[in-house]
Design a protein around this ligand. Structure first.
Ligand code: ZN
Length: 242
């Protein structure tokens, strides 16, 4: 394989590796609008979930308070009957005291039941409005999801093509050249092979020795920048490659 072929292979390999990374990044990064729409839905669901949980708690509390209130009312009836049957002052005082005690307890339960009703009504109103996204929000989110899925399918197709091209280039280059390139690329990615910029390295901008520039142009051997050690090529000799 000629130096020109090896350089061309490295340039192509690097280009495909960049494309692959860009496609993977793209596939991992949903558009901001979609992220915001998903977040809005998640927040809504979270809020709805919290309100539904609170509603369950209140219903349970309501049941207990209702049972207590019913029992207290029965008790009150019992003491009222007793009150009508007392035969002396001492008995009357005792029954009246019991009745007062029951009344206080019953009042507490009834007040709480009214509070629970009010909170439940407010919760039901909130839940009714929170339950669904507005049709407009839903349509926008579904549209954004569909566009993102379509884009991802395209990107997956492009990624497969890039992988195929990568394998082709690697086959053409052969293992030793691929290994050399990968070693360099691993430590210097995303750029392991860079064009001359006049008589400088286009990556680190170091001014190159005239003899090195000459060697890069004659393509007799692979040459690297003295400063950043990247492989150098003359862009005029590799037009239309990437
Ligand atoms: Zn350099």
């Amino acid at each position: 394989m000629s130096v020109r072929e090896e350089l061309a292979g490295c340039i192509g390999l690097q280009h495909m590796l960049e494309q692959r990374a860009a496609l993977r990044r793209e596939m991992d990064t949903p558009p901001e609008e979609l992220v915001a729409l998903r977040q809005a839905l998640a927040t809504r669901r979270e809020s709805l979930g919290a309100k539904q949980k609170r509603r369950e708690e209140l219903l349970a509390e309501q049941e207990v308070a209702q049972t207590d209130a019913d029992a207290l009312r029965e008790e009150r009836e019992h003491f009222r009957k007793q009150k009508s049957m007392v035969t002396n002052m001492k008995q009357l005082q005792a029954v009246v005291s019991e009745l007062d005690h029951v009344d206080v307890q019953l009042k507490g339960r009834e007040d709480r039941l009214i509070e629970i009703m009010a909170e439940l009504e407010a919760l039901d109103r909130d839940i009714a409005t929170l339950q669904e996204e507005t049709p407009d929000e839903r349509a926008r989110r579904e549209l954004a999801e569909a566009a993102w899925q379509a884009r991802n399918r395209d990107a997956a197709g492009e990624l497969q093509a890039v992988e195929r091209r990568l394998r082709e280039i690697q086959r053409t280059l052969g293992e030793p050249a691929v290994a050399r390139f990968k070693k360099l690329w691993t430590s210097r990615k995303p750029l392991a092979v860079v064009p001359l910029d006049g008589t400088s390295c286009s990556s680190c901008h170091a001014e190159l020795r005239p003899s090195l520039v000459q060697q890069v142009r004659t393509l007799e051997t692979l040459q690297t920048c003295d400063t950043c050690r990247r492989l150098l090529y003359d862009p005029e000799q590799f037009t239309g490659l990437v």
